[in-house]
Design a protein around this ligand. Structure first.
Ligand code: 13P
Ligand code: SF4
Length: 304
């Protein structure tokens, strides 16, 4: 923390000068999560927060699709992305043409796109979802067949929870969560009996089936806070456990974990530079933003 202190001080001063807020995702490193973020949370919480804050500037400490979502919802605000290369394997797996291909394959079926998509893909979709409301959104669709893009595993996990729907999916995946296997979890249980295994729904369905609980990053936090297991293994990105460990001293968080190389592109130095230079402003073409806003807002309205 001694090394980080000058950055934290400078960032907090610049935040006041620019009338800026920092929205920090649960996968940010602890110095960003605890040191400089004004609001922290999962994708849905951050999307909603973007609509509520009154600041002139939002600094998105997360990945690019999250900054785009903030810009879509708050077009008059300046949205800064400290590193434009902080992408996401899911967002990169599909384009608007992919959405149209799914519509041709399943005529009349609504398209529910994960928020981990570009503005172009959101604009081509009927409604968005996050991992905390995906089953609720899919369940609320009128059609029997529902197209989910782009995460095949989230879609398969939702299909299990909403058995009355015929869920079809695009073949994208998260490079962090797809690495876990059901055998990893079985082996871990054998070697570490009594550890609670908690998986993000971007994990393959056989991994989720081996876990004691599955939920979005905020769902994971709520579960651990309510249950306070003696030992917990979070089957998700490494910073999740680091960020919540201090507030839960009675829980021992055990490894291993997987790192998201995109999330880890965001550093204190880059946040300081973006606030200083005002470089890295995220723009979304207005007509596309209006269509994408419709899909994101429909999700927010349904999940309130
Ligand atoms: P959450 O919505 O659960 O925060 O997930 C976002 C994400 O990118 C997980 O990989
Ligand atoms: Fe994308 Fe996976 Fe990284 Fe989340 S953890 S930003 S889904 S690559």
């Amino acid at each position: 923390w001694v090394l980080y202190a000058p950055y934290v001080k400078a960032i907090n001063e610049l935040k006041a000068k620019r009338n800026a807020v920092i929205l920090g995702h649960n996968y940010m490193t602890p110095e960003i999560f605890h040191g400089i973020s004004d609001f922290v949370g999962d994708s849905l919480q951050l999307a909603i927060k973007a609509t509520e804050v009154e600041a002139d500037v939002i600094v998105q400490c997360g990945v690019h699709f999250m900054a785009e979502t903030s810009k879509i919802l708050s077009p008059s605000k300046t949205v800064l992305m400290p590193d434009m290369d902080a992408g996401c394997s899911l967002a990169e797996s599909i384009t608007a043409e992919g959405v149209e291909e799914m519509r041709r394959r399943y005529p009349g079926a609504p398209v529910v796109s994960y928020v981990n998509t570009t503005a172009e893909v959101k604009a081509a979709s009927d409604i968005c979802c996050t991992s905390s409301n995906a089953a609720q959104i899919v369940g609320a669709m009128e059609s029997d067949t529902v197209i989910m893009t782009p995460d095949q595993y989230l879609a398969q996990n939702v299909a299990r929870d909403v058995p009355h729907k015929n869920v079809v999916w695009w073949e994208g995946s998260c490079i962090v969560h797809e690495q876990y296997t059901a055998k990893d979890l079985r082996d871990f249980r054998e070697w570490n009996p009594g550890t609670r295994l908690i998986a993000h729904p971007e994990c393959p369905p056989d991994v989720v089936a081996e876990a004691d609980f599955s939920g979005s990053t905020s769902g994971i936090l709520k579960y651990v806070t309510d249950e306070k297991p003696e030992k917990a293994l979070l089957i998700t990105e490494c910073s999740m456990a680091s960020n919540i460990a201090d507030a839960l001293p009675e829980v021992e968080f055990v490894g291993p974990c997987n790192m998201c190389p995109y999330m880890k592109k965001i550093t204190l130095e880059k946040v300081l530079w973006s606030l200083h230079s005002m470089e890295g402003q995220v723009e979304v073409e207005p007509e596309m933003a209006a269509k994408a806003r419709h899909a994101v807002q429909a999700m927010i309205d349904l999940s309130r």
